[in-house]
Design a protein around this ligand. Structure first.
Ligand code: FES
Length: 76
């Protein structure tokens, strides 16, 4: 079943995050971000919406190539 789901173009992306919600939307105040932050784009992080490195295991298991969205404050 797992391989069939992974190969389907219509497969769901979100397997476990807030599945009871109609739509998962996260927000954060810019002032609370600090100097840098990494947001998860693989939907496998236990700290979602933040990256916890789970994309590495996902990529190894599936052959995918996803990674986080990293924001960094410019140094002045
Ligand atoms: Fe999802 Fe890093 S854990 S992108």
């Amino acid at each position: 079943v797992w391989n069939a789901v992974c190969r389907s173009k219509d497969a769901v992306i979100n397997l476990s995050v807030d599945k009871k919600e109609e739509k998962v939307v996260n927000s954060m105040d810019i002032e609370d971000i600090g100097d840098s932050i990494a947001f998860c784009r693989c939907w496998r992080s236990k700290k979602f919406p933040l990256c916890d490195g789970a994309h590495n295991a996902h990529n190894k298991k599936t052959g995918d190539n996803v990674g986080p969205m990293c924001l960094k404050r410019k140094s002045k």
